[in-house]
Design a protein around this ligand. Structure first.
Ligand code: ZN
Length: 614
């Protein structure tokens, strides 16, 4: 398998050399023209923090006009990697324009655009205050201690979108020592440049008193940049595991595609999250992350997922995901590849890197299967459409979402698992989904991305067989996913343990709302739905006795599955009774384990897939 890949890389390298020679000959004329043509002047931003405790940064953008009587600036309304129009311009205020200190007329020309009358000035400076108090991987945060700056939600640029450098100078408060970003540094403190707006958007900046750890791998420097590091966070261990993950990704892809890589890790109160970039990622981690195995596993698999994006998503991408129109949605059917397969490999490469055990890997896969199998929307929304409708469904969930939609992350991960097993079966273990990813990367990671059909074609070439049925049924269709074949490939099975199934269940999921027992989304197949319970109902009593979120399980233990009960429910201020037959709590039907009866062939294939001793 590795031999095949090395050969392919060798071939590509040879083709690339040939191309270079041809280009060199052809372009000797146009090189002259390029030298005489004036390169586009940069936009220069100065970002300062005169009162960071108020959560504001002040941005001054000096913009070339090329002598035009007016210029128009725009602000992105969304961030690549997060598919929702977020209207970042809503945080902009006090917009003024000037040239050589002389005020200029500036007016809003669209919800996210401003037009400036230049008066013939060669450059104009547009200044604005930006409120930065949303803690997420895609938004801005400024407080007395640090700033997280994301390009899309920060920088206005010329609406003409001519390719030009974008320079950023940060004027940090005296108490802040450092800034770190994937951008190239220029001379002078906190001075950076992006060759174009896309790179600026793709290069978040973290500034404050950062703890910076680093290592070299594959000749490239890798940074773990911790904001808010306390002794609670085991940075040495995180750095060690990060390095193991990088080495595994390099083994997988054959090379590291960037000059440097930064993990900008914001440690605080928030729960986790991550956003991918070409040479960095922003992670959000809770303080106790390395103290809880589950929290740390989530951090490690997110980290592996985001690093995998440096190839899958950022360089190898669906054709619709670049170049971006930052003012409009980019609809694509390919997010199950970008996100679902990054989830699949996020876990798999963490396992192969040795930072996850086999049992933990199988638990993660089991949890994803359980999640998909508990989502009735899997029968309505194909994973391709889940991707296409991310903007209006996945990123805008409501109580009915599980009934009508499926996550392209979780179903995408399972489609990846089934596809991998299928290719390994079809090729008798000679090829796998790994080869599909690498072949697709070689073919489509250049200027143009892949179409949905092209990705399928690469998979078919690797499998040496048509995958039309598989695609029609599981990518474009909504049939139940057939786990049996995949499990058989690797000698896995679902644990048959009915121990928990004797406990009675309301047949509805609930949340603890400050002690109140509140019904969460009611799934359309539930007995509770048939009985008439709906989301946000508060359950007050079972058979005339008070029940709370904390006492629910104790109360249910007094009953058996099949018992008829009466619930007292409060719905929008009105009390009512709901009659219900108790069901049984679902047995843990989706827990994977190695089949004790697995054959030698199955065990060998499992070991080869997971890269662990047979
Ligand atoms: Zn992702």
């Amino acid at each position: 398998m590795r031999l095949g890949f090395d050969k392919m890389r060798e071939m590509i390298a040879r083709i690339a050399v040939t191309l270079l020679v041809v280009v060199a000959v052809v372009s000797s004329d146009s090189a002259l023209t390029a030298q005489t043509a004036r390169p586009a002047d940069p936009i220069r931003y100065a970002v300062s923090f005169p009162a960071p405790q108020t959560h504001y940064m002040e941005v001054a953008a000096t913009v070339p006009t090329r002598g035009r009587p007016d210029v128009e600036l725009m602000m992105a309304v969304w961030t690549p990697g997060s598919y929702l129009v977020r209207e970042y311009q809503r945080n902009v205020e006090r917009v003024t324009a000037s040239a050589s200190g002389r005020p200029l007329r500036i007016e809003k020309s669209a919800k996210n655009r401003w037009r400036i009358v230049t008066g013939g000035a060669p450059s104009v400076t547009v200044s604005y205050g930006l409120y930065a108090h949303e803690m997420s991987v895609r938004t801005n945060w400024v407080d007395a201690n640090y700033a997280l700056i994301n390009g899309a939600s920060t920088f206005m640029t010329l609406a003409d979108r001519v390719e030009r450098p974008h320079e950023v100078t940060l004027n940090l408060p005296a108490a802040w020592a450092r800034s770190m970003t994937g951008l190239r540094a220029l001379s002078g403190e906190h001075h950076y440049v992006a060759p174009d707006f896309d790179t600026l958007v793709d290069s978040p900046i973290l500034a404050g008193n950062l703890a910076v750890h680093e290592f070299m791998a594959g000749g490239k420097r890798h940074y773990l940049v911790n904001q808010g590091e306390t002794p609670e966070f085991d940075a040495a261990r995180a750095l060690r595991d990060y390095e193991a993950i990088i080495r595994e990704q390099r083994r997988f892809w054959g090379d590291l595609p960037y000059d440097k890589y930064l993990v900008l890790n914001v440690i605080g109160e928030s729960r986790g999250g991550g956003l991918e970039h070409r040479n960095s990622t922003v992670l959000i981690a809770a303080r106790g992350t390395t103290r809880s195995r589950n929290a740390y596993l989530a951090w490690l698999t997110t980290l592996t997922h985001e690093i995998f994006h440096a190839w899958n998503g950022k360089r190898l991408r669906p054709v619709e995901l670049g170049p971006f129109d930052y003012e409009r949605e980019a609809f694509t059917r390919g997010l199950w590849v970008v996100e679902g397969l990054s989830d699949y490999y996020g876990d798999l490469l963490a396992l192969r890197a040795g930072v996850l055990t086999r049992e933990e890997f199988l638990e993660g896969l089991s949890a994803t299967i359980a999640d998909v199998q508990a989502t009735p929307g899997r029968f309505l929304q194909p994973v391709e459409l889940a991707s296409y409708d991310a903007w209006i469904r996945y990123y805008r969930p409501d109580e009915n979402s599980p009934n009508v939609s499926i996550s392209y992350y979780s179903k995408g991960q399972l489609v990846g698992f089934l596809l991998d097993a299928r290719i390994q079966r079809a090729t008798n273990g000679a090829k796998s989904l790994d080869d599909v990813m690498r072949a697709a990367y070689v073919k489509y990671s250049g200027a143009r991305g892949f179409t949905a059909d092209q990705f399928r074609e690469v998979a078919e070439q690797v499998a040496g067989a048509s995958l039309a049925d598989f695609w029609n049924t599981h990518v474009k269709g909504t049939a139940e996913l057939p786990y049996t074949d995949a499990l058989g490939t690797f000698g896995l099975r679902f644990r048959t343990d009915a121990a928990t199934s004797s406990r009675a269940s309301l047949g509805v999921s609930t949340r603890n709302d400050s002690g109140r027992l509140v019904v969460t989304p009611v799934l359309r197949d539930d007995a509770a739905a048939a009985a008439g319970l709906t989301a946000d109902d508060e359950i007050l009593a079972i058979n005339e006795r008070r029940v709370t979120a904390d006492s629910l399980n104790r109360r249910l233990d007094e009953y058996k599955p099949g018992d008829r009960i009466s619930l007292l429910v409060a719905r929008r201020g009105q009390l009512l009774r709901v009659e219900l037959v108790l069901g049984s709590q679902p047995p843990t039907a989706w827990d994977l384990e190695v089949d004790p009866a697995a054959t030698d062939t199955q065990r060998t294939r499992l070991a080869a897939w997971l890269r662990i001793p047979a």
